[in-house]
Design a binder for this molecule. Structure first.
Ligand code: PEP
Length: 254
């Protein structure tokens, strides 16, 4: 069945410097009028490039998000940028709990929860990232890990009635490795995610479930063919014009 909306979210991580970010943003903006109307695209540039890229996307129907935020509004927090500051700069979304934050920078479940709350309080839409490591997968505890990550971020939240929730299932072992998850396996986890979110946040509106981890133009069709997968969060292949345009083209074939 054709999807009404296809989420194509691009995490540029720290792949692009200031000039490269602006060049890619302008190239995408000039293609935007050709994108299928079902595509909901959002780009997550580096903090340095955020503002100019947000200006480029302002009137072309491409959304913009922060890769990471701090939960305090203002103060002596060297190197951090708050959710409110992003909001003022035109931000709409923020990634929360990306596996690189959790595993490379040691972000705890409590810190992820604080960021999630701050993002929501600032009026941004959080994109909560969850996923198991390869050791957790081998130990057969994927479901437990994912449920714990979801519940710890969502349980105390006062969610606006009917507001959509976006969750990205990104198995840690699939990120940047070229070893994407089996789409059938991703579908099963997404079903568990949707069920857990509905139980934890009964007031929530639609639960949009994205898959992330080594998505490219060749495998995106197999993920989007799954009923529980509403879109993708892409790292490496989103930071180059050719591979991102291929993903865009392939995404609307399903
Ligand atoms: C990511 O970091 O969110 C991601 C999915 O990366 P990649 O597409 O490079 O695996």
């Amino acid at each position: 069945m054709k999807k009404n909306a296809i989420y194509l979210f691009a995490n540029w991580k720290m792949y692009l410097d200031y000039d490269e970010s602006n060049i890619l943003a302008n190239a995408l903006a000039s293609e935007a009028k050709n994108f299928d109307k079902r595509i909901k695209m959002a780009i997550f540039p580096s903090a340095l490039s955020f503002y100019p890229v947000a200006q480029v996307f302002r009137d072309v129907g491409i959304g913009i998000g922060a890769q990471n935020v701090y939960w305090v509004d203002k103060g002596g927090y060297t190197g951090e940028v708050s959710a409110n500051m992003y909001k003022e700069a035109g931000c709409e979304y923020a990634l929360v709990g990306h596996s690189e934050r959790r595993h490379l920078f040691g972000e705890s479940l409590e810190e992820t929860e604080k960021k999630f709350e701050a993002v929501l309080a600032a009026g941004l839409t959080p994109v909560l990232c969850v996923g198991e490591t390869s050791a957790e997968k081998k130990n057969g505890i994927t479901e437990r890990v994912v449920k714990n990550q979801l519940e710890s971020a969502l349980k105390k939240i006062s969610w606006p009635k009917g507001k959509e929730i976006i969750i990205a299932y990104e198995p840690v072992w699939a990120i940047g490795t070229g070893d994407a998850c089996d789409p059938e396996e991703a579908q099963k986890i997404q079903e568990i995610i949707k069920e857990t979110v509905k139980k934890t946040v009964p007031k929530a509106g639609y639960v949009a479930a994205l898959y992330g981890g080594s998505v490219d133009g060749k495998n995106i069709g197999a993920f989007l063919a799954k009923s529980a997968i509403d879109g993708v969060l892409v790292g490496g292949a989103s930071a180059k014009l050719k591979s991102w345009l291929e993903i865009i083209k392939e995404s609307v074939k399903k």
